[in-house]
Design a protein around this ligand. Structure first.
Ligand SMILES: [Zn+2]
Length: 212
């Protein structure tokens, strides 16, 4: 999740940020709606679960995904298939950021940078909240997605320690978005075509709404 500096917190994506600092050796994003991207199948299949202790290859993928995440400014989350690895690994963070809170009114729970292996979730209750998302794996589009407001998650740390808990609001949205990538799903699957907006138009609308 990357956001323009003036819109930090609006998108679930790190797209188009002037401040993006791509590391030279990091793999590029696989993009679903780019007909030239021959690797986009990786985003449409169930990612492989990992076994513990992690193999050397899996440890390397963990490191690459972490470095990719760290190289983005204001990036909320990434999943391994987004950089071409069909593995059940996600990384994300929701920080206590006033600007992010301003734009994500449902940001009621934070979580420092977290890397999970083989994560899963199930909804608690049926209540959903609709908000806009975008994604590194979808070029130039944002759209409204209804997500469960509260989920119960479970996952493993890279050391193989099981973690579980409850996530609410924006954090729950982010976790659902990232775990979807491990199941071959993407936010555009939930959005009708006439609801999708070019990113710039979406940003402008949000900016106008912000009154700046
Ligand atoms: Zn995404």
């Amino acid at each position: 999740m990357k956001l323009p500096f003036y819109m930090k917190g609006i998108l679930l994506s790190c797209l188009f940020l002037n401040g993006c600092k791509q590391m030279p050796d990091l793999p590029p994003y696989v993009v679903l709606n780019d007909p030239k991207d021959a690797k986009s199948d990786v985003l449409r299949k169930l990612a492989e679960p990992l076994t513990f202790p992690l193999s050397r290859e899996d440890r390397e993928i963990v490191q690459i995904l972490t470095t990719k995440f760290d190289s983005e400014e204001n990036c909320a989350g990434l999943a391994a298939p987004q950089i071409g690895f069909s593995k059940q690994i996600i990384i994300f963070a929701v920080n206590d950021d006033p600007l992010l809170k301003k734009w994500r009114a449902d940001l009621v729970q934070t979580m420092p940078k977290t890397l999970w292996i083989n994560p899963n979730y199930e909804p608690i209750g049926k209540e959903k909240h609709t908000d806009y998302e975008a994604c590194f794996s979808v070029d130039d589009l944002a759209g409204p997605v209804a997500r469960f407001k509260t989920i119960r998650y479970s996952a493993y740390t890279p050391e193989g320690i099981r973690v579980e808990g409850t996530a609410k609001g924006f954090l729950a949205r982010l976790i659902q978005h990232e775990i979807d990538h491990l199941k071959g799903r993407c936010f555009i699957d939930y959005v009708s075509e006439d609801e999708l907006l070019p990113l710039e138009e979406y940003r402008q609308r949000r900016k106008n709404k912000m009154g700046s």
